[in-house]
Design a binder for this molecule. Structure first.
Ligand code: AMP
Ligand code: MG
Length: 336
């Protein structure tokens, strides 16, 4: 049995977990909640620095209470990026200190791949097209020739940020995504808003600004509804084309925005039409969580990938398609 401790803290959520091949053994989370406005990177990093030791201590206590001992841990995984620089540095510092004090290897994990791997672990999906939609990221990915390739992505901000930004301009508190979903249910009409898909990429910042302007002449409910219809249709369109292009037969939804029931419904309809299976992990594994970093670290560690301290610098724009997926045997084997 391999056992790995993983720490996530790329943005608002500081979360640490210990997993083995079978399940999550322990998980402790402390969430940063901005008093006003959106996420302030420096405040979020201060939050993580303040709670890092407490979270790890509580995690190890929980681990001991379940009959384990810290010496059972084989490696320390951490979110190496993408994310907010100050938050990433705080988490990496804690991870290095832990790895050194327990004298075990460090494993730097790409946060986006963490979302994919926990979805493959906790749902029956095995080789899916992944729609990863969160605050800072929006990407359509799939495994091919040894890498998670990015088939389409946002050209500017993540869908979650676009929803939060628009919601803030409408006077709603952070996070705005769930509030927009609630208002959208009460809509009585559709308002024309931009729909921006360029090739396989999409863009949300113009939509967010146009939605803010639309509030001058339309109801909040109608604008929320129209925002969702356009943004989600853009995401579903690109996901559908990635399915057609790769010939895969599964779609996996990942990231915090995946909590949205309207997005799920639209993906479900598209998958039904194409005869593809649609998978959504349990809520606790959708948003940022320590288990996804620990589990991806476990897969990497088991396939021989570790990160020497001198290579453990963080990368705020770490791209998932730069990581060698050493833990999946490649069915395609084609040379790109
Ligand atoms: P993550 O970065 O993956 O942790 O996800 C956080 C983002 O998810 C924030 O931008 C939230 O506004 C967004 N979010 C959470 N729940 C919902 C929802 N029900 N509908 C739309 N967005 C949501
Ligand atoms: Mg995320």
């Amino acid at each position: 049995m391999t056992t790995v401790l993983g720490i996530e803290g790329t943005a608002w959520n500081l979360s640490a977990a210990i997993v083995d091949e079978d399940d999550v053994i322990a998980e402790v989370t402390e969430t940063y909640r901005p008093a006003t406005g959106g996420i302030h990177p420096r405040e979020a990093a201060q939050h993580h620095a303040m709670y890092a030791a407490v979270v790890i201590e509580r995690l190890l206590n929980e681990f001991r209470e379940k009959g384990h001992h810290p010496k059972d841990i084989d490696a320390i995984a951490f979110s190496q990026g993408p994310g907010l620089g100050a938050c990433l540095r705080t988490v990496a510092t804690s991870a290095r200190a832990l790895a050194l004090s327990l004298d075990i290897p460090l494993v730097g994990v790409n946060h986006c791949i963490g979302h994919i791997e926990i979805g493959r672990w906790k749902t029956p999906a095995s080789d899916p097209v992944v729609l990863y939609v969160s605050g800072g990221n929006s990407q359509v990915l799939a495994h091919r020739a040894g890498k998670y390739r990015i088939f389409g992505e946002t050209l500017d901000i993540g869908i979650g940020n676009a929803l939060d930004k628009f919601a803030r301009s409408a006077g709603l508190s952070h996070p705005g995504g769930p509030k927009v979903e609630e208002y959208a249910k009460e809509a009585t009409g559709y308002v024309k808003l931009p729909y921006v898909v360029k090739g396989m990429d999409f863009s949300f910042s113009g939509l967010s600004t146009a939605a803010k302007d639309a509030l001058k002449s339309s109801s909040l409910e109608d604008v929320c509804y129209s925002f969702q219809e356009n943004a989600f249709a853009m995401l579903v369109e690109v996901t559908e084309r990635a399915l057609a292009h790769t010939g895969k037969s599964e779609v996996l939804l990942a990231g915090g925005v995946g909590a949205n029931m309207r997005l799920r419904e639209m993906l479900d309809v598209m998958c039904d039409d194409r005869g593809a299976r649609f998978y959504v992990p349990e809520r606790r594994f959708m948003g940022d969580n320590g288990a996804m970093i620990a589990y991806t670290g476990l897969l990497m560690f088991r396939s021989g990938t570790t990160t020497p301290i001198e290579n453990s610098h963080v990368d705020p724009s770490f791209r998932p398609d730069t990581v060698d997926v050493t833990w999946i045997a490649d069915k395609h084997q084609e040379v790109l």
